[in-house]
Write a protein that binds this ligand. Structure first.
Ligand code: C2E
Ligand code: CA
Ligand code: CA
Ligand code: CA
Length: 276
């Protein structure tokens, strides 16, 4: 038993060391990811439950690492956040996605909107408004075709600092979505003062919807509150037809999730979209 215990300890030690090393290597390599053209944007459809059409796509960053293969944003965005790289990566992401979407809208004659994520650090960058404005102008994408997503928890870190930033972005004509709603402890009073256009219900609520007692009541009240505030509701993480039916019945306006389409390169998404 003693030897086994020692073995387990050594095992965890190795695992921990490997994790720390990977962390360090990735953080180093992230510095060159933009100039070496290793970042690309996957797009996931957002579906209108009433018209049953794709109305928008959410751009989700991917990193093609020369040694580690595809690294998920769940792993590298926090590294970018820690190291200040998030502002240059975020600006690159906005330029790339607005350009790709503007081209696709022209080529396919589509009124497809783009959703893009902003990190907490980007919200604190005084140059953000100019970055957004320039990305739109250079891409030739109309401002109303862009929706910027900010997580509820990012806003709640410092609501009084975030509020004027959100207002100044909205003055550009873009719309704003509050992301991962339900995980960030915002109050109704705060929400009412913030200039959001839509609210994305966090995936955790959708995942448990069918088998958790009372969750439908909670989701119903989130939707009612959002609608009372004039917000469009997007349900995230829809993986089954059953979840989609439930959410439609509960009054969600839009839905997004693997059941409706996984994040893919834009060209792969569009032929399916246009033939619908
Ligand atoms: P998010 O903004 O909440 O994006 C949704 C995430 O849920 C995506 O993960 C998406 O692939 C995943 N997802 C969508 N539908 C389903 C589903 O039906 N089931 C499950 N299990 N997952 C689903 P992804 O692409 O790995 O991104 C993770 C997070 O990384 C994003 O969460 C977002 O917070 C962040 N992120 C991605 N791209 C960017 C970016 O360009 N900038 C910033 N700041 N953050 C980004
Ligand atoms: Ca998002
Ligand atoms: Ca989300
Ligand atoms: Ca999330």
């Amino acid at each position: 038993a003693k030897a086994q215990g020692g073995g387990r300890c050594a095992f965890f030690d190795v695992e921990l060391r490997e994790r720390v090393q990977r962390h360090m290597v990735l953080e180093q390599d992230l510095h060159h990811s933009v100039e070496q053209d290793q970042l690309w944007v996957a797009y996931q459809p957002i579906f209108d439950l009433r018209t049953e059409r794709t109305v928008a796509v959410e751009g989700l960053l991917r990193w093609r690492h020369p040694l580690h293969g595809t690294v998920s944003p769940g792993e590298f965005i926090p590294l970018a956040e820690e190291s200040d790289l998030i502002n240059s990566i975020g600006a690159h992401m906005l330029r790339t996605a607005t350009r790709q979407l503007a081209a696709a809208r022209q080529r396919h004659r589509l009124d497809l909107r783009l959703n893009a994520n902003l990190s907490p650090r980007q919200l604190e960058d005084p140059g953000l408004r100019t970055i957004v404005q320039q990305a739109l102008a250079e891409a030739g994408l109309p401002a109303h075709a862009l929706c910027l997503e900010v997580t509820e928890s990012a806003i709640m870190r410092d609501p009084s600092a975030a509020t004027p930033v959100l207002h100044s972005l909205r003055e550009l004509g873009v719309s704003l979505a509050i992301d991962d709603f339900g995980t960030g402890h915002s109050s109704l009073a705060q929400l009412r003062r913030l200039p959001f256009d839509s609210l994305k219900i966090d995936r955790s609520f959708v995942t448990d919807l069918a088998d958790s007692d009372g969750l439908d009541v909670l989701v119903t009240s989130i939707i009612a509150m959002a609608h009372a505030l004039g917000l469009t509701v997007v349900a995230e993480g829809v993986e089954t037809a059953h979840q989609l039916d439930l959410l439609r019945d509960l009054g969600s306006d839009h839905a997004q999730g693997y059941y409706l389409g996984k994040p893919t390169p834009l060209e792969e998404l569009l032929p399916a979209h246009t033939s619908r």
